[in-house]
Write a protein that binds this ligand. Structure first.
Ligand code: ADP
Ligand code: MG
Length: 240
């Protein structure tokens, strides 16, 4: 579903991604871990074309993306992204937030977009919040709206960048539960998270990125019980 080959990304003199190869199969859930500054967010942003790579190739659902020729808004619709901070429009209701992109980017009819939007809000457990403003929601509820908003574009794959890191501890599980449900429904997902319980339960594969390179890629059991790389062992000790 996503193939990244030899991805290099620099900011000025700083080389952040140093030849990353990552293949994500349809319906696969990949959890991406690594210490702060290792390049996790940059990699997700490259897959979503919020950052353009300096070298390498990105293929989404069999289609290699040339940013110069492509409508990047359309590509971004196919690769949904959920961030640590939800960035909801404060002056729009929850439902309006969810249907904004389908109306504008996909040119859906309002009635159709609203119907779909309400279904998505139901799916994330917020059917009763459709008409309130984001300021009335908890952080966990806002993040679930952000997930619904992303799903409204019917993405082929979803990227999550530390979606629960900004939440109070008691609000983390409601968001992880929605993500787990999505995974069970067969969504292809790449998730950056420090929630190791989630990684063990939901990931098909855990990937460790260190200083801009993938150093470990294994199923959760192997990753935690028999990691190959010394840096992975150190990381596991740190998070467990
Ligand atoms: P992680 O998500 O793993 O913590 P990031 O991908 O955010 O790491 O960052 C990797 C490195 O790239 C860091 O050193 C960070 O300061 C740098 N970096 C990220 N984005 C930018 C940017 N837009 N401009 C300059 N440096 C950046
Ligand atoms: Mg990050």
């Amino acid at each position: 579903m996503i193939i990244g080959e030899n991805i290099h990304k620099s900011f000025g003199d700083l080389e952040v991604l140093k030849g990353v190869d990552l293949h994500v199969k349809p319906q696969e859930v990949v959890v991406l871990v690594g210490v702060s500054g290792s390049g996790k967010s940059t990699l997700l942003r490259c897959f979503n074309f919020l950052e353009l790579i300096n070298e390498g190739k990105i293929t989404i659902d069999g289609h290699t993306i040339d940013p110069k020729k492509e409508n990047l808004a359309k590509v971004r619709a196919e690769v949904g992204m959920v961030f640590q901070h939800f960035n909801l429009f404060p002056h729009k209701t929850v439902l309006e937030n969810v249907i904004e992109a389908p109306l504008i980017v996909k040119r859906q009819k309002r009635a159709e977009a609203e119907k779909k939007g309400r279904e998505l809000l139901e799916k994330v457990g917020l059917a009763d919040k459709a008409d309130v403003y984001p300021s009335k929601l908890s952080g966990g509820q806002k993040q679930r709206v952000a997930i619904a908003r992303s799903l409204a574009m019917e993405p082929k794959v979803m990227l999550f960048d530390e979606p629960t890191s900004a939440l109070d501890p008691e609000l983390v599980s409601e968001v992880l539960q929605v993500m787990k449900q999505l995974a069970e429904e067969g969504m292809t997902m790449v998730v950056v998270t420090h929630e190791m319980k989630f990684a063990k339960e939901v990931a098909d594969r855990i990937i460790m990125i260190d200083q801009g390179k993938i150093i470990e890629s294994a199923d959760p059991k192997t990753f935690f019980e028999n990691p190959k790389h010394e840096r992975t062992r150190q990381f596991i000790q740190m998070v467990e």
